[in-house]
Design a protein around this ligand. Structure first.
Ligand SMILES: *Cc1c(COP(=O)(O)O)cnc(C)c1O
Length: 370
């Protein structure tokens, strides 16, 4: 018998999980052109502080050794800052890894994970990888989470709810009151993840702050990261704080030794330099508020912006607007047909943004109005 081989790519006939094979490949933002600006990944435009670079460089002398598997030194520093024990802190290779660990620890095939949409683009893939099912609750017209609808979407199959405040990519926050009402409404055996990747940029006093909720709920975990405000996106360090039993389950799902000694050293040096780093956050917040006000003055319907980015609801014009920005040297993150997320980058990028967006506003806001 003759075996006929299909004209496929090598490996294409290997049996993989179909839902995984169907996932879109990760798209990293395009690199910025020379003299351009990368405003597509919510990175911190400031270069690392010299002390942080030195601490990371010093750790290189030990790279023949595995790191401390539990990253105890970093956990102790974070624990001290939040007034908890080191066992109530877990550190991962970015808080995205930790979100994956919590989802995997709680949700299996047949289980549901509820989150708002549009929200962080990583959530759908993490849920699929765990074998669970995403339940997306549409944002309110003001682009914020509809927490009442999210609570109403909880069924006996729900194992995790993710609340993202400030929400990536829309910039809105959940208020403390809304969040407390939500926690009362959902069962206390349901894991709630409060993703606060951008909390350091929040200036709205009504906003939820996970720090004030530590120890109050048996089912609440808060997640934070060194990638955004602290400017360590390239090192990969994030952390979560919550009840030990939940954290222990997440520890069991971790890929061992993923927090390197260099990451730990960079995180500790950043906590040592926290006040200096938070002054840089103030610079970005001022730039954000100024940019948002100017865009609103141009006629853009920019929602509340509490992260290090603004959301342009460019609707059906999204791809065209993003292309115009790209041609002007600005790489942004387009989510057609909803809008464009623009990170707050270098000061010089603001002028270019305002010039291009000022020319585009009328048509695109007509498209977004309905
Ligand atoms: C950036 C981001 C994270 C964390 O990213 P890491 O670099 O993996 O720490 C988590 N959640 C949201 C919503 C983010 O935007």
């Amino acid at each position: 018998m003759e075996i006929v081989t299909a004209p496929e790519q090598p490996g294409a006939s290997v049996r993989l999980r179909p839902e995984i094979a169907a996932l879109p490949a990760y798209r990293q933002g395009r690199p910025a052109p020379a003299d351009g600006f990368k405003l597509s990944s919510n990175e911190n435009p400031h270069e690392p502080l010299p002390g942080v670079v030195e601490a990371v460089a010093a750790s290189a002398h030990e790279i023949n050794r595995y790191p401390d598997a539990t990253a105890l030194a970093v956990r102790e520093r974070i624990a001290e800052r939040f007034g908890v024990t080191a066992d109530e802190v877990i550190v991962g290779a970015g808080s995205v890894s930790l979100i994956a660990q919590f989802i995997t620890a709680a949700a299996a095939p047949g289980d549901e994970v509820v989150y708002s949409w549009r929200s962080f683009e990583a959530y759908p893939g993490l849920v699929t990888v765990a074998g669970a099912t995403s339940v997306r609750v549409p944002n309110r017209p003001d682009h914020g989470h509809d927490l009442d609808a999210m609570a109403a979407a909880v069924t006996d199959r729900t194992r995790v709810v993710i609340v993202c405040s400030p929400n990536n990519p829309t910039g809105t926050v959940v208020t403390a009151d809304e969040f407390e009402r939500f926690m009362v409404a959902v069962p206390d055996d349901l894991l709630v993840l409060l993703d606060e990747a951008y909390i350091e940029f929040v200036r709205d006093e009504a906003s939820v702050d996970g720090r004030t909720l530590i120890g109050r709920y048996p089912n609440l975990v808060i997640l934070r990261t060194f990638s955004k405000a602290y400017g360590l996106a390239g090192l990969r360090v994030g952390y979560a704080i919550g009840p030990i039993a939940i954290l222990d389950a997440a520890r069991s799902t971790a890929i061992p030794l993923s927090v390197t000694a260099a990451s730990a050293a960079g995180a500790i040096a950043s906590l040592d330099a926290e006040s200096e780093l938070l002054e840089r956050v103030d610079v970005i917040v001022e730039r954000r508020d100024r940019l948002r006000a100017a865009l609103i003055a141009q006629g853009w319907a920019i929602p509340q912006a509490q992260g290090n980015f603004v959301w342009l609801p460019s609707g059906n014009d999204t791809a065209a607007v993003a292309e115009r920005l790209f041609d002007a040297g600005l790489v942004t993150r387009a989510f057609p047909p909803d809008g464009i997320r623009v990170s707050i980058g270098e000061e010089a990028s603001v002028e270019i943004l305002l010039r291009i967006l000022g020319e585009l506003v009328p048509a695109s806001q007509e498209g977004a109005a309905d």
